[in-house]
Design a protein around this ligand. Structure first.
Ligand SMILES: [Zn+2]
Length: 219
């Protein structure tokens, strides 16, 4: 079965999907990771995708779907956690029509309040030299402003993580992705998990939510 993990930027989807894959027998499929792999390995799909990325355009849905189809595979016994897709209702529809042995068990909304998302995202810093990441409140470097890992560089805020950009990303999310949640919200194919508590507790709640989706699928 496929479980769609969705939530706003900064909610922790990627991290939690990794933890679920590590601690439980779920398989994470991240469209972002898979796309980068194809580009790196210069596959036919990767080269096509890269031509759009180089032009500053979004990678079209048919390319993303091909990637998902390949990553999801044909083993319906597996639980696949889909991270990063669908981002809008059109993509949801395409996913529902995907030619696969899997069924979509439902959507889990990893929920974090907007103010907290802004705090998480604006506090993020990266090292331009070794790409180590830090957080001003939750994971600061030992020496203020300096990268611990390589010791070579001042850490910086990516332009994407400036507050104005973040508010914009959250708005795009509210306009584009939140309708995916509303589409499922009042069905038994929907679970909401509080993403603002301690990391291990979030992982445990997500695992429970996946079980609940599986159970309601069987009934
Ligand atoms: Zn560094």
């Amino acid at each position: 079965m496929i479980v769609v993990l969705t939530g706003a930027p900064g909610a922790g989807k990627g991290t939690q999907a990794d933890l679920l894959a590590e601690n439980h027998r779920f398989r994470k499929v991240s469209t972002g990771d898979a796309l980068r792999k194809h580009v790196r390995e210069q596959t036919e799909i990767g080269l096509k995708a890269k031509s759009f990325m180089d032009a500053g355009e979004l990678v079209p849905d048919d390319i993303l779907l091909k990637i998902i189809q390949e990553e999801v595979g044909k083993n319906p016994e597996e639980t696949v956690i889909l991270d990063g897709y669908p981002r809008n209702l059109e993509q949801l529809k395409a996913l529902e029509e995907l030619d696969t042995e899997h069924d979509i068990a439902g959507v889990i909304h990893l929920h974090v309040k907007e103010d907290e998302l802004v705090e998480r995202l604006t506090g993020r810093r990266v090292c331009p030299n070794c790409t180590a990441t830090y957080h001003m409140s939750f994971n600061p470097p030992k020496v203020a402003g300096k990268c611990d890992k390589c010791g070579q560089s001042e850490i910086i805020q990516r332009s994407d993580d400036k507050e104005e950009k973040i508010r914009h990303r959250l708005k795009v999310y509210a306009n584009q992705t939140a309708p995916v949640i509303r589409h499922y919200e009042n069905s038994d194919q929907y679970q909401q998990v509080d993403g603002s508590v301690e990391m291990a507790a979030v992982t445990a709640s997500l695992a429970k939510a996946i079980e609940a989706l599986d159970a309601s699928r069987a009934s």
